[in-house]
Each structure stands twice: as structure tokens, then as C-alpha cells.
Design a protein around this ligand. Structure first.
Ligand code: G3P
Ligand code: MG
Length: 243
């Protein structure tokens, strides 16, 4: 099995992150998976963005949770990256899922619930309800830096697949590992390298694997996947190591 190349917020290195153009680029570059982040708007819509505020990646300011979907849709989410992306909009989870279906995406869809800084009330129920109503041709893996969100997701649907996401190993990651409830680990690549990590029963997919050295390290060890801003470059390096 080849190590999966998972596009971090889409092809974030070459397109405005977490937008349809970054997901399209990831598919065009042959990514095996797509990672993205979800928040909630003031009026309860599931919004795709990395930060809790719109400041860094749009022409607006303020928290996602303080804005309605209509307000968020007025913002430009492309020009921060390059003038040619002016007019790019913040997508909703529904728009991303429908886009991936339309594109016949059959890889791994890693949906990260951004609940570590703001615990959006009811976001787990909304995500779980929405996703369970969709017939998707791709594998869904949930993750979160806020493990309670995953516990809630699991209670809502015991069949979901979820990953332990962490910068440094937490007691939750150890607990999840012992329980065998979680077989997917998404640790920081720096933690992996510092610990010369190997554990049986774990599908390891570190982030954010961007340097050639880190890519070679993961491909040589045949980790299950890497999460990278540069899927195009990663596939060239993977070919040179794994064929
Ligand atoms: O899910 C892997 C990675 O996306 C976690 O970090 O901050 O980029 O969401 P962040
Ligand atoms: Mg993320």
C-alpha cells in the first residue's frame, strides 16, 4: 500500500486554503485525501475555515460565530493569497461535500472539528446529522484537538471513524489507543520524529509534512498517510521511494 497523500486544507501551499479552488487543485494533483476544518456561524451553518476568525484569510474581521452565513458569504477568501483568486468565497460543509461528490472524489475526507477554542453548541449533532444524510463515495475520518467532540460524535454514531489529533501526546490519545477505539493517529510530525514513533494497530498520518526530509522520512517508513500543503510535490517524492 502506498502512503496516502492528504491535502491539508486542500492544496494550501499553492491555493487559498479551505476553498473550493484549493480542493479542486488537490484532486487535480492526485491527492488521496483532503483535510479540512469546520466551524459554526451565528445562525448555525457549518462553515469551512481554519481560524476561528476571518481576519487572516478574508477581507473581513471578527469571529465566524458572530456572523451569519449571509455575512460570511460577502467576504473575499481568495485575495489574501493572490489577486487572481479575488471573488473566492468561504464554502459551507455542504458545498464542499457536494463539490467532492461532483468531482467523483473517492479518497479519504478528514473533517476536523475546530472545537478546541470555541465549543460551538450542537456542532457535533449538526455534523453527524448532515453527514449521515449524505451518500458519499469517499471515506470519512473525523478529528479534533478537542477530544470531547470525538466522544460526542462517537456517541451519536458508533460506526464513525475518528483520529486522535495532537501536537504532543495527551492522556486522551493514550486512552484512545488503549481502548482500541481509535486506530488513526494524526500527530504533529515534529512529535513523531522526536519519538521515533512506532506502535502496532495505529494508522499514522502526521501533519504538516512539507519538507522533503519529512516526506522522505514518512514514505520510507510507509506510514499510512501524510497531511501536506504540497500534494503535487509529495507525489513526486513518493514515486521515487515507493514506486
Ligand atoms: O488535521 C491536521 C492539521 O490540520 C491540524 O492542524 O491547525 O492545521 O488544523 P491545523
Ligand atoms: Mg486542520
Amino acid at each position: 500500500m502506498l502512503t496516502k497523500i492528504i491535502a491539508h486544507r486542500g492544496s494550501k501551499g499553492v491555493r487559498p486554503e479551505n476553498t473550493l479552488v484549493s480542493f479542486e487543485k488537490a484532486i487535480d494533483e492526485g491527492a488521496d485525501g483532503i483535510e479540512t476544518d469546520v466551524h459554526m456561524s451565528k445562525d448555525g451553518h457549518l462553515i469551512i475555515m481554519h481560524d476561528e476568525t476571518v481576519d487572516r484569510t478574508t477581507d473581513g474581521t471578527g469571529r465566524i460565530f458572530d456572523k451569519t452565513l449571509a455575512e460570511l458569504k460577502q467576504l473575499d477568501a481568495g485575495s489574501y493569497f493572490g489577486y487572481e483568486y479575488l471573488g473566492t468565497r468561504i464554502p459551507t460543509l455542504n458545498e464542499v461535500v457536494q463539490f467532492l461528490i461532483k468531482k467523483n472524489f473517492t479518497g479519504l475526507f478528514n473533517l476536523e472539528l475546530k472545537t478546541d477554542k470555541i465549543q460551538y453548541p450542537g456542532i457535533e449533532e449538526k455534523v453527524s446529522n448532515y453527514m449521515s444524510q449524505q451518500e458519499v463515495p469517499f471515506q470519512i475520518v473525523y478529528s479534533s484537538f478537542h477530544p470531547q467532540s470525538l466522544v460526542k460524535m462517537h456517541a451519536l454514531n458508533p460506526n464513525i471513524e475518528f483520529a486522535s489529533l495532537f501536537k504532543v501526546q495527551t492522556k486522551f490519545a493514550r486512552k484512545f489507543y488503549r481502548s482500541r477505539l481509535v486506530k488513526d493517529w494524526h500527530p504533529d510530525i515534529r512529535w513523531v520524529r522526536a519519538h521515533r514513533f512506532f506502535l502496532p494497530h495505529v494508522q499514522l498520518r502526521p501533519w504538516t509534512v512539507n519538507s522533503t526530509d519529512d516526506m522522505r522520512y514518512c514514505f520510507k517508513r510507509r506510514f499510512d498517510g501524510i497531511i501536506t500543503d504540497y500534494p503535487g510535490r509529495a507525489s513526486i517524492i513518493r514515486r521515487s521511494i515507493q514506486g
